[in-house]
Design a protein around this ligand. Sequence first.
Ligand code: HEC
Ligand code: HEC
Ligand code: HEC
Ligand code: HEC
Ligand code: HEC
Ligand code: HEC
Ligand code: HEC
Ligand code: HEC
Length: 488
Amino acid sequence: MRKWIGGVFVGLVLTVTATVLSGNAWAAAPVREPVLSKESQKCITCHRETNVNIYQQWGKSKHYGANIGCYECHQADKGDADAFKHNGATISVIVSPKDCSRCHAREVKEFEESHHSKAGRILGSLDNVLAEVVEGNSGMVTPGFPKGVSAAAVNGCWQCHGSQIKVLKGGRLDAATWPNSGIGRINPDGSEGSCSACHQRHSFSSAQARQPENCGKCHMGPDHPQIEVYNESKHGINYHANKDEMNLDSSKWVVGEDYFAAPTCATCHMSATPDMPVTHNVGLRIKWNNRPVHPKLAHETDAKWGLPSAAITGDQRRENMENVCVACHAQGFTDNFFIQYEALLDLYDEKYATPGEQLYNAATAVLKRAKGNTYAKFGQMIDFTWFELWHHEGRRARHAASMQAPDYTHWHGTYELAKHFYGKYVPELEELIEANRQGPAAIEAAALEKLLHEVLGSPNHRWYLGQLSDAERAERELQREEFLKRYK
Ligand code: HEC
Ligand code: HEC
Ligand code: HEC
Ligand code: HEC
Ligand code: HEC
Ligand code: HEC
Ligand code: HEC
Ligand code: HEC
């Protein structure tokens, strides 16, 4: 009736339609009885008692309806690194994208080609020094980490980005690395990512994954507040006001056909439009990568990461995104919106990121010369100040402008950028120059002073020195007068 051949599901799935007899004849309805594999039937005999929640969630899922039982997902080969014998079956706890790919090859391929599946690669990055050294220590000792690992990384970074799962004797999983559903988790079978980062087990439902809260587990907070931004936007407001009309349970979920009220994160970044299919590569609709210090074209960063989507240019990605917008908005409205957004990117980059980075490099040269072997990144306040300027405030302003959140663009974005650039960064640089006028770093300090002078004297910043040009002063005066006239 049904067979597994080389991991491919073939044959007929028979569903028995039974009529449930109930006391009320009108309530009698056809009910599908799942025809589960022998192995899965056995799992259930115990697990419907030991894990009622898992059993119930699975029982409500589409998988249940399609006869996909516990064993179909948890089965393992004896040779798998994390396989263990369990009541007569060989299984593993981890069900990796490779396991799901037996039935969902397209979704897995798209996901594997996306930044999401690569998010675990940050584990070796320079940022990681923050969690491992600056914030943390190596006090968490487990069999997998006899020399210890930072509990800040385990409970923080890894829970969003993913751990590298370590398997102990007998298929047990190391406590530092599991539980973990980080989106770029590195699995024992070598595959990258975790599908249950978005599809909560054991319901594995599209409806749940389409909701903004789903993405908000990771896309939130001071350095990438996308869920806060969304909730502030007209889109978020309309979504919350009309959630019941969103048709979230529909198997086909095409914007402009199956729902109209508002887009969710999934609508814009993943779901189908009348012309575009669903994609599990969330990068294919974004032109700019706003994570680095400077906005970078997304296909250029993809090339650096060796992703096949490097071939899809920023302009093509913009067209893809606009295809979503025009399912609801006019083309001219959409075009103008993107002009507004990109102007903010230019403002940020010209006024803060470019000079800020040059000043940081010059300041670091002073510190390295002055401190010699005792220099350490994040060993002085200026490292935190610059880091927060681009990594927190600078990203917030960009992310908020891209998704229509004026408060995050301004008060949490450009306002904070200005406050910290002029109120913290410049004074800290001046202090550094003063402290090093004499001594081993005098040459580097002089170079920093010259650069700071140039930056503050430039058109973007000279207001700070009270040096607006005559034309600029006249323009400001004119605006003030017009304002007063209008509201007299
Ligand atoms: C005879 C009863 C029984 C059967 C049959 C059974 N299990 Fe279990 N299983 C258990 C119990 C009890 C636990 C909890 C053990 C524990 O707490 O360490 C467990 C634990 C597990 C775990 C978690 C292991 C871990 O280390 O976190 C998984 C996954 C699992 N079972 C899957 C299955 C699958 C899949 C099947 C069918 C192929 C199955 N079980 C069959 C009783 C059973
Ligand atoms: C569609 C695939 C799928 C099916 C069907 C499935 N599981 Fe799972 N299960 C998973 C995934 C994915 C995880 C999380 C592991 C991971 O992140 O790799 C998991 C985790 C678990 C865990 C450990 C997590 C915990 O909360 O303790 C247990 C136990 C478990 N499953 C039991 C079962 C049982 C029992 C059934 C059948 C009633 C079942 N699973 C059906 C995919 C599946
Ligand atoms: C709340 C979940 C969460 C935590 C905790 C977290 N990150 Fe992230 N991180 C993200 C998200 C989401 C992004 C992508 C943001 C975006 O696209 O705007 C990201 C982006 C990054 C990037 C940029 C990747 C790129 O493509 O340029 C690095 C590096 C990074 N994180 C490192 C870390 C480190 C190291 C830690 C711990 C010290 C950490 N993150 C903690 C969610 C998290
Ligand atoms: C970033 C979140 C996210 C991750 C990670 C994710 N999915 Fe999805 N998935 C979704 C969303 C959202 C939908 C609903 C798309 C729509 O609107 O129809 C979906 C839909 C699906 C569907 C229904 C058919 C379809 O393509 O629409 C399948 C099957 C699926 N995902 C499998 C997977 C597998 C397998 C993985 C792991 C490789 C995975 N997903 C990882 C968000 C995610
Ligand atoms: C043995 C085959 C098989 C495996 C393995 C499998 N699935 Fe499925 N999955 C299916 C089938 C069949 C359906 C369609 C059910 C339907 O439409 O009624 C489905 C549907 C889905 C859906 C769409 C549910 C919805 O609400 O529309 C998601 C999401 C999903 N699977 C995720 C996963 C993930 C994640 C894994 C791995 C952890 C996985 N599946 C493993 C066969 C499988
Ligand atoms: C478990 C954490 C997590 C969840 C849940 C999550 N993301 Fe992400 N997302 C990340 C991380 C981490 C990155 C950065 C990856 C990198 O470049 O290293 C990222 C990057 C992205 C990017 C940038 C992709 C690119 O190519 O530059 C987009 C867009 C995105 N996510 C959208 C979504 C959407 C939409 C959802 C929900 C449907 C979602 N994410 C759910 C963690 C998550
Ligand atoms: C109305 C459509 C829309 C909605 C809704 C939406 N986004 Fe976006 N998102 C965009 C656009 C447009 C961009 C910028 C694209 C570009 O730069 O070309 C973007 C950019 C992003 C990025 C890239 C940030 C980076 O660092 O480069 C991430 C991550 C992201 N969105 C996640 C989300 C999440 C999570 C949600 C829901 C909480 C969401 N988006 C809701 C349209 C949307
Ligand atoms: C599902 C339909 C839908 C999609 C798709 C959609 N929007 Fe919207 N958008 C709306 C609704 C509804 C509003 C609220 C209109 C109002 O203010 O009354 C809105 C509001 C806006 C606003 C605020 C306008 C204002 O006057 O404050 C902007 C800007 C915007 N959308 C841009 C976009 C962009 C850009 C995209 C594509 C990346 C997009 N939208 C995708 C439905 C949609």
